[in-house]
Design a protein around this ligand. Structure first.
Ligand code: TEU
Ligand code: CA
Length: 566
């Protein structure tokens, strides 16, 4: 089915700009051997389902050898597959199966840090003059305590760990079992570039790069410079040689393959992002930001959200600002969830029985009609929602468990913390995929590593696969609409009805073709005001069976209009 648009006038058409990226959290997708943990053969057994979605690229969270202190984001061997997930042969078969179905595979590059069980670190901590010592950042204790650094996961948020073996401190921005690699050491960079080539030579189609903005450190480790106003994460993302290393990586590796790269842009502001993705700089292709994900949180470090919910005007401001950053050059990304975030329907929509499906479809419409490559999280196509565990024993994520310990040690309000976690905890986004209504949603015949959301009895693939009105088929329809209309890919974005607190309205225009997207973010009828006349316009997609008309939108209504060509 050919695109409707005249493609001549589209500069720099590129496969990863037109792709829809589907993120799979391998631990929770499909267990093939009954040990309760998802694995590669499980994904292989579901390749036809993945193909049926119409997506182009799969981003796979880390599948490398790991002791799983942080679910694979602590790698002990970059050239081997995690035992629980399977073998290298399984991986090769997975890659082959995807390519045979025209699906590209993007892996997760976790090289800001590795596991403390990686041979490099085992060697490095053994003595101060070990050849691997400088693969990491050490501070000899005789120099006194190093300047404070924030750790995301440490129970005291202290990023310096004292190691009596060599009477020194080592740096870890994440857990104590995730020591940061010393990128100032050219040997470390060469090791990583060779490892990347190993996977690209296998046929892997790209890397999502874990906290890559954090890799360069000022090794004098000064006090946090005043100009950062205490924003340690922003400081982490502005190391002295960061862009030098990304340009070197591009020269040494990336430029030699037809692949895509996307940075997890923690600490990167809209003013800095083009330094990463401006094609003339020859660094990376894309970066995803956290400005959207940070909306709605109350101040404080225990991830409490504003019980009133979030402000749609702020939401529209953030996503319109980030669109404008890439209006001339570079290319953006759009997402509303991933393995570090709660489920999108609970966070941004409404997971009540009445509105879970409608608001899932509305949010899916947003992700797939904005300008930028969409990153869609597995399970959102079913409208999967937060599991909202009641007790800390149900959690598996180091972030939640260590936060709980911290609140407890401070005599804090544990009940409130657990309440807040029901909305914001990462494990809400990591519950097993819901295939059918058999025990554990058909994810495993064993005991799942993380409890399945009890709503699997009604929210599952089997119940939606053949239902034309399901969230799943709405997702499939939207992907094929996007495939057949490049205005949804390259069309200019313009925010409409800016001050409307309930409706997000915008247009996409390409070569005289104009689309109007109307999204009601509220559970009530909402009015909207735009200049374009919708009389005679064609409805390309609507999440209500009775077609939209007039200037009111029904609760969580989404409608994509195509205006008559002038
Ligand atoms: O996440 C980095 C990051 O910014 C998150 O830790 C985020 O701040 C937090 O999850 C918000 O609650 C990446 C990976 O995506 C994450 O899964 C890893 O835990 C982390 O890096 C360390 O590798
Ligand atoms: Ca398994």
């Amino acid at each position: 089915m050919s695109e409707k648009n005249n493609t001549q006038n589209i500069p720099d058409r590129t496969w990863w700009k037109e792709a829809v990226v589907y993120q799979i959290y391998p631990r929770s997708f499909k267990d093939s051997n009954g040990d309760g943990v998802g694995d590669l053969q499980g994904i292989i057994s579901k390749l036809d389902y993945i193909k049926s979605l119409g997506i182009d690229v799969v981003w796979l969270n880390p599948v490398f050898a790991s002791p799983n202190d942080d679910n694979g984001y602590d790698i002990s061997d970059y050239r081997d597959i995690m035992k629980e997930f399977g073998t290298m042969e399984d991986f090769d078969n997975l890659l082959k199966g995807m390519h045979e179905r025209g699906i590209r595979l993007v892996m997760d590059l976790v090289v800001n840090h590795c596991s403390s069980e990686h041979p490099w670190f085992v060697q490095a901590r053994s003595s101060r003059d070990n050849p691997y010592r400088d693969y990491f950042h050490w501070w000899p204790a005789e120099k006194g305590k190093p300047a404070q650094r924030y750790s995301f996961f440490d129970v005291n948020n202290d990023a310096w760990k004292y190691d009596s073996l060599t009477d020194s401190y080592y740096l870890h921005y994440f857990s104590v079992k995730q020591p940061d690699l010393n990128w100032e050491n050219p040997k470390v960079r060469t090791e990583i570039y060779d490892m990347m080539k190993f996977w690209f030579d296998k046929g892997v189609d790209g890397f999502r790069m874990d906290v890559i903005p954090f890799i360069s450190k000022d090794i004098a480790f000064p006090e946090l410079p005043a100009e950062y106003n205490g924003d340690m994460i922003h400081y982490y993302a502005n190391g002295p040689h960061l862009h030098e290393y990304l340009q070197e990586m591009n020269r040494e590796v990336l430029s030699k393959y037809d692949i895509m790269t996307v940075a997890e842009g923690a600490g990167v502001t809209y003013k800095e992002v083009l330094d990463f993705v401006d094609p003339d700089r020859r660094e990376l292709d894309m970066a995803y930001h956290f400005d959207g994900m940070n909306i709605g949180y109350l101040p404080g470090r225990f991830k409490a959200m504003n019980p009133e919910g979030y402000d749609l005007l702020e939401f529209k401001r953030v996503y319109s600002l980030w669109d404008s950053v890439f209006s001339e050059k570079g290319w953006g990304t759009v997402y509303l969830g991933n393995h570090d975030q709660p489920r999108m329907v609970t966070r941004w929509g409404n997971d009540s029985p009445e509105f879970r499906e409608l608001s899932s479809k509305m949010l899916t419409t947003f992700i797939l009609t904005m300008r930028g490559t969409p990153y869609y999280y597995f399970g959102d196509e079913l409208g999967m929602s937060n599991v909202k565990f009641d007790k800390i024993e149900d959690y598996r994520d180091i972030e939640s468990i260590n936060m709980y310990r911290q609140v407890k040690e401070r005599g804090g309000d544990l009940e409130k913390f657990l309440d807040d976690q029901k909305i914001s905890a990462r494990d809400n986004g990591r519950t097993p995929f819901q295939w059918d209504e058999s025990p554990n949603g058909g994810f495993t015949t064993g005991t799942p590593w993380l409890n399945v959301n009890p709503n699997y009895t009604s929210v599952n693939v089997a119940a939606q696969d053949d239902d034309p009105n399901s969230v799943l088929n709405y997702f499939r329809k939207l992907i094929s609409l996007r495939k057949n209309d490049l205005a949804l890919v390259y069309g200019k974005y313009e925010l409409l009805d800016k001050s409307n607190p309930d409706v997000y309205a915008y247009s996409r225009t390409l070569d005289g073709e104009k689309l109007i997207i109307l999204l009601n973010f509220k559970s009530k009828m909402s009015s909207f005001k735009i200049n374009d006349d919708l009389i005679g316009a064609i409805i390309l997609l609507n999440n209500y069976p009775v077609p939209h008309s007039g200037s009111l939108l029904r609760p969580y209504e989404a409608v994509v209009y195509k205006l008559e060509a002038e």
